[in-house]
Write a new protein. Structure first.
Length: 286
C-alpha cells in the first residue's frame, strides 16, 4: 500500500500531458499552415511524443514534455550543420509565440514555455539515410536516435517484468532527483530495463536488487544501438559519487526489507522514506 501511494504521488496528472499535446498540435498546425520560403528548413513533416512521457516514466518534479518535430532536409547545404535547423525552429516558434522559445544551452533542443502551464522541449530531426533520425547533438553536430527501436525494447522489458516497470522506474527517478539528479533520465530508464527480469514481484525487493546490481558499476549500453555506453557522460568524480550513493542506499534498502520481513511495518515504512525521500508516505498516512 505504501508503494502504491508513493508511485501515485510522484506521477504527473494526465491533464498535464493532455494540455502539452494540445499546445503541440497547435504549434504543428501553425508551422504547417504558414510555411517559410526564405530558409532551407520549410518542409515540416510531423511530430511525435518522445522521452519519459512516451514511456510513462515521467515524474512530477523534473519531467518536461519531449516532442520530436521532423523536417525534410532536401538538398540544402545547410543540412550539413544541425545548428541551422535548430536556429530555424527557434526563430519560427518565437514568431508564433512572441518570443517564448529558446534553444538549450548545449544547442540540442528548443524549449517552449507556457508560464503556469507546461514546458515543452522540441527536438528537431531529419530522417537518417541509414535509419533512425538525425538530431542536433550540440554546437552543430548531428547525433542519431531511433525511437522505434527504443520503444520496442522498453515494451519487451516491461513484458518480462513481474512488477509494473514504469512505476518502478518512476521511483528510481525520484530517488535520483532527491539526490541531486546526477544520472540522466534515459540512462536510468535503461538501467532499470536491463534488470527487469531480475527484480522479482515485489517493489521493495526490486529496489534492493536494483542497488545491488549497480553497486558493481553504472555502465549500460544504449538499447537503440546508437549511443554506446550510456554512462559515458559521467566524470570520474561523478561516477565515484553515484557509486557511493548506490552503496549507501543498498544498505538502507536491505534494512527496510529486513524490517518488512520481521513485520516491523512502521520501521519498514520509515526506512523506505529514508530511501525514496519525503514523497514516500509516512506511517500515519497509510
Amino acid at each position: 500500500m505504501a508503494f502504491s501511494h508513493f508511485y501515485e504521488s510522484i506521477t504527473p496528472p494526465d491533464s498535464y500531458l493532455q494540455l502539452a499535446m494540445r499546445r503541440v498540435r497547435k504549434l504543428a498546425a501553425d508551422i504547417t499552415r504558414v510555411p517559410r520560403t526564405d530558409g532551407p528548413w520549410n518542409a515540416f513533416l510531423g511530430y511525435r511524443l518522445m522521452g519519459s512521457y512516451a514511456r510513462r516514466t515521467a515524474i512530477r518534479q523534473s519531467s518536461d514534455v519531449d516532442v520530436m518535430f521532423e523536417f525534410a532536409a532536401g538538398d540544402s547545404p545547410h543540412a550539413l550543420d544541425s545548428l541551422s535547423l535548430l536556429t530555424y525552429l527557434e526563430e519560427r516558434l518565437s514568431e508564433l509565440l512572441g518570443g517564448a522559445a529558446n534553444s538549450s544551452r548545449m544547442r540540442e533542443v528548443v524549449s517552449v514555455f507556457f508560464p503556469g502551464e507546461v514546458t515543452i522541449d522540441i527536438l528537431p530531426c531529419i530522417k537518417g539515410s541509414r535509419g533512425g533520425y538525425l538530431f542536433p547533438g550540440g554546437f552543430g553536430r548531428w547525433e542519431v536516435t531511433d525511437p522505434d527501436t527504443q520503444n520496442s525494447y522498453f515494451k519487451e522489458r516491461c513484458d518480462v517484468s513481474r512488477i509494473n516497470l514504469s512505476k518502478f522506474t518512476r521511483g528510481i527517478k525520484q530517488w535520483n532527483f532527491e539526490n541531486g539528479g546526477i544520472l540522466r533520465s534515459y540512462h536510468l530508464e535503461a538501467m532499470v530495463a536491463e534488470v527487469a527480469d531480475k527484480l522479482g514481484d515485489d517493489y521493495s525487493i526490486a529496489t534492493f536488487r536494483f542497488y545491488e546490481t549497480y553497486a558493481e558499476g553504472l555502465s549500460v549500453q544504449d538499447p537503440a544501438g546508437q549511443q554506446g555506453d550510456l554512462s559515458s557522460y559521467l566524470t570520474p568524480c561523478q561516477r565515484k559519487a553515484v557509486s557511493a550513493l548506490i552503496e549507501k542506499y543498498r544498505n538502507k534498502a536491505r534494512f527496510a526489507v529486513t524490517a518488512q520481513d520481521d513485520r516491523r511495518y512502521t520501521q519498514a515504512v520509515e526506512a523506505w522514506a529514508g530511501v525514496y525521500g519525503p514523497s514516500f508516505p509516512s506511517p500515519d498516512e497509510q
